[in-house]
Design a protein around this ligand. Structure first.
Ligand SMILES: O=P(O)(O)OC[C@H]1O[C@H](O)[C@H](O)[C@@H](O)[C@@H]1O
Length: 278
C-alpha cells in the first residue's frame, strides 16, 4: 500500500494512503496502534481500504443513489502537507476536488480537505467541505473510523445508553425504525449497525488497551458498526476472525444532510483521546 507518514516530536505516528485520503495508522506516543487495518486490505482506484478511517462523502452508506459511502473513499487525493506542525504534532493533510468523473456521478463542484493531527494521547480529524460551484449542494458524510480492540467480547461502548438509535442490522434493518432506549453499555458479538441521531456527548470505548474518548463537532450523528461473525465471513478483505479486533465509531451527518450554498463551507471534527491504560 502506498503510504505517507508523519511523526510528532513525542514519537506519535500517523500513516495515510492517498487513495481515499485514508488514515491507516495512528500509533499514540505510548507506542500502541489505535486503529485497526485488515491485513488483507487493498487500495487503489475503485477500491476501498478495510480499516483505518474511510471518508464517506457525499453519501453515507446506501442512503441515496450514489455508490455505497459515496466516491471519495476510493479515489486518489492530493497530499497537501505531511510532517510535524508548529506545535510538534504529527500532521497529514489531503484534499480532493470534483473532476469530470465525479461530476458524471454527482453534478456538483466541491473541494474536500481532511486534516489528521496527533500527539500524546490525542488524534484530531477535521474534514472540511467547500461548495466551489454556483448551485447549492447537499450531502451526507462520515468519518468511518475502525478503532482497534484487543478482544471484541471485552469491548464496551458507553455514552449512548440513553439514546435511541435506528437499527440497520438483522431483520429490523431499515431507516426510520427507532428502538427504545436501553440503559446498559453497548457490547458486541452479533452484528451491530446503528445510527444514533443527534449524538448527546462523549462516547467511551473500552478497547482493552485503555479507553478511547470520542467527541465530535459539526457532525450531528454517530454510527456504531461491527459486522459480527456471519457478515464478516462475507468480507473478502477481512481474515477469519478479523471482526474481533475492531469497533467502528463513526462521526457522521446522516439524518439532516448538510446544505451548502455556493461558496459556503462546512467543517466537522472528531477528536479521539486515550484515557488510561489497561
Ligand atoms: O463494507 P463497507 O462498504 O465498507 O461498509 C461497512 C459498513 O459501513 C457502515 O458502518 C454501515 O452502517 C454498514 O451498514 C456497512 O456495512
Amino acid at each position: 500500500m502506498d503510504l505517507i507518514e508523519a511523526q510528532a516530536h513525542d514519537g506519535t505516528r500517523l500513516a495515510a494512503c492517498p487513495y481515499g485520503g485514508h488514515l491507516t495508522s495512528w500509533r499514540s506516543a505510548d507506542g500502541v496502534e489505535r486503529l485497526f487495518l485488515s491485513p488483507l486490505a487493498v487500495s487503489g482506484p475503485g477500491q476501498s481500504i478495510r480499516g483505518g478511517v474511510p471518508v464517506c462523502f457525499p453519501q453515507f452508506s446506501g442512503f441515496g443513489t450514489l455508490p455505497k459511502h459515496g466516491f471519495v473513499r476510493n479515489r486518489r487525493w492530493d497530499c497537501v502537507a505531511a510532517g510535524t506542525d508548529a506545535e510538534g504534532r504529527a500532521s497529514l493533510r489531503f484534499a480532493i476536488a470534483d473532476d469530470d468523473d465525479t461530476r458524471r456521478l454527482w453534478p456538483f463542484a466541491f473541494h474536500c480537505e481532511l486534516e489528521a493531527t496527533a500527539a500524546g494521547r490525542q488524534l484530531e480529524l477535521a474534514l472540511q467541505v467547500r461548495n466551489t460551484g454556483d448551485t447549492a449542494l447537499s450531502f451526507t458524510v462520515a468519518l468511518h473510523g475502525y478503532f482497534a480492540v484487543s478482544d471484541l467480547a471485552q469491548a464496551e461502548l458507553r455514552g449512548l445508553e440513553a439514546s435511541e438509535w435506528i437499527d440497520h442490522a438483522g431483520p429490523a434493518a431499515g431507516i426510520g425504525v427507532p428502538q427504545p432506549a436501553e440503559f446498559t453499555p453497548l457490547r458486541f458479538g452479533a452484528e451491530v449497525d446503528r445510527v444514533y441521531p443527534a449524538l448527546p456527548g462523549v462516547i467511551r470505548l473500552a478497547t482493552g488497551a485503555g479507553d478511547l474518548l470520542l467527541t465530535q463537532s459539526g457532525f450531528s450523528d454517530a454510527v456504531v458498526w461491527n459486522p459480527g461473525p456471519d457478515k464478516a465471513a462475507a468480507l473478502t478483505d477481512l481474515p477469519p476472525g478479523g471482526e474481533r479486533h475492531y469497533v467502528c465509531v463513526e462521526a457522521a451527518v446522516i439524518h439532516d444532510p448538510v446544505v451548502l450554498a455556493p461558496g459556503a463551507r462546512w467543517r466537522g471534527v472528531q477528536t479521539v483521546r486515550v484515557d488510561g491504560c489497561a
